[in-house]
Design a protein around this ligand. Structure first.
Ligand SMILES: Nc1ncnc2c1ncn2[C@@H]1O[C@H](COP(=O)(O)OP(=O)(O)OP(=O)(O)O)[C@@H](O)[C@H]1O
Ligand SMILES: Nc1nc2c(ncn2[C@@H]2O[C@H](COP(=O)(O)O)[C@@H](O)[C@H]2O)c(=O)[nH]1
Length: 388
């Protein structure tokens, strides 16, 4: 069908291997992995778009892959380096927190999606310097007090914790605000976004659809805060199976009678809904205690006692360490550079005289990945290496 792409496997200027470089006047890179050549960006728009085309040598034709994950914004040119299951894309971008992106081509997530969708799949994720503390998943039957515990925690530690705002198809209750308590959504819209891979997890709960978008979690982590998810047991199981490394806590009521009392006293559900939630609670408690999904079970009898246990679990029962400085997670790249890969390190050669040195990007401890963020990047100025 199509013509094979012009391959630019090497950075011709410095003779480096495994560096797919920007070609003059052609704002795209090509990276060949086995029988496939991945073309990122395009000649027709003079910027890096999230456009990706694949030339399959076996089929002898171009394939338009399904592109999942967080897509990069446009920029004027980029370099690409292949690591074992993904391509690192360094945007020619002066924004210190937006230059490193990953296009996953053969990670576990991509392989799962290829199987599910039956198409060629690639997935973007944004690279982030350093790590954040593991998100915390809190589950338990309706009315047990999850929301109460979470709001006390967020009030006491506003700079440490952030809430993952879920999507739901249920109607808003009296004081609930769209975008704060939930993203209140139409079922058809949410179903389409689920198909598009925008959700980390979703489940039908008490007759409505609920889900955690990838962005909901990443926005909290990007702000340097520890993300708290309030989701049901099915959702917790899905997160456990996802790329996200989290701590899983199940909150149990002291008794079914007390649970019913709390639900009724809250007064937010109709009688029919209360009965449905109570019926579901029994199964949720059984699964919570026995599924192997949860790392910890807390009983919410006396609120202050349960809250103290939660704080202890999260390591906030004593001195509170300040949150990481967001500036420490940013790094400037020079305007003109070329790249190559060397044993889990990417060497960035500064071509202009603005910085007369090299920068090493350490990618040996990557965490997370598509469809969210790839964390654990470490940029080291080579001058520092000489001193050490
Ligand atoms: N330890 C406790 N003792 C007595 N009442 C409590 C306790 N914890 C929470 N409550 C009350 O129980 C009711 C239900 O709590 P909450 O709304 O936090 O539950 P939830 O688990 O978040 O429910 P849902 O899953 O439906 O959102 C609220 O009125 C709250 O004030
Ligand atoms: N799987 C998910 N479950 C969620 C999510 N957000 C909330 N929930 C759970 O739904 C029930 C009911 O909540 P309510 O606000 O209607 O009372 C409760 O158990 C929540 O934990 C989600 O994104 N995914």
């Amino acid at each position: 069908m199509g013509e094979a792409p012009i391959l630019v496997h090497q950075d011709q200027q410095n003779g480096a291997s495994n560096g797919s470089e920007l070609k003059d006047g052609n704002f795209q890179t090509t990276t060949t992995i086995g029988d496939k050549t991945y073309v990122i960006g395009g000649a027709d728009n003079e910027t890096l778009s999230s456009d990706v085309r694949v030339f399959d040598k076996c089929l002898g034709e171009w394939v338009n892959p399904t592109v999942l994950g967080t897509k990069p914004l446009l920029c004027e040119g980029h370099s690409a380096v292949f690591l074992k299951d993904r391509i690192v894309v360094l945007k020619k971008n002066l924004k210190p927190d937006d230059h490193t992106w990953f296009l996953e081509v053969d990670t576990q997530y991509v392989r799962q999606q290829k199987k599910k969708l039956g198409t060629e799949v690639v997935a973007w994720s944004k690279g982030v310097i350093g790590n954040v503390e593991k998100p915390v998943v809190i589950s338990g039957p309706s009315g047990v007090g999850k929301g109460t515990l979470i709001s006390v925690l967020m009030k006491e530690f506003p700079s440490m914790f952030g809430f993952s705002v879920s999507h739901t198809t249920r109607a808003a209750r009296g004081k609930e605000k769209d975008g704060v308590h939930y993203h209140f959504t139409e079922k058809s819209i949410m179903e389409r976004e689920i198909q598009d891979g925008k959700f980390l997890e979703f489940a039908a709960v008490h007759g409505n659809l609920y889900g955690t978008s990838v962005e909901a979690v990443e926005m909290v982590s990007d702000a340097g805060k520890r993300c708290i998810l309030d989701i049901d047991v099915q959702g917790a199981r899905s997160v456990r199976a996802s790329y996200l490394e989290a701590i899983f806590i199940f909150i149990c009521p002291p008794s079914m009678e007390e649970l019913e009392k709390r639900l009724r006293k809250r007064g937010t559900e109709t009688e029919e809904q209360v009965l449905k939630r109570l019926r579901n609670a029994q199964a949720e408690i059984e699964q919570g205690k026995s599924s192997g999904v949860f790392d910890f079970i807390l009983y919410n009898d006396k609120l202050d006692v349960c809250y103290d246990s939660l704080k202890k679990l999260l390591g906030h029962d004593g001195y509170v360490t300040p949150p990481p400085n967001p500036a420490a997670r940013e790094f400037n790249l020079p305007t003109d550079y070329s790249v190559t890969e060397l044993n889990d390190k990417i060497i960035i050669y500064c071509n202009s005289s603005e910085l007369d040195n090299m920068i090493m990007l350490d990618v040996s401890s990557l965490k997370g990945g598509a469809p969210g963020r790839t964390r654990g990047l470490d940029f080291i100025q080579m001058e520092q290496l000489h001193i050490q």
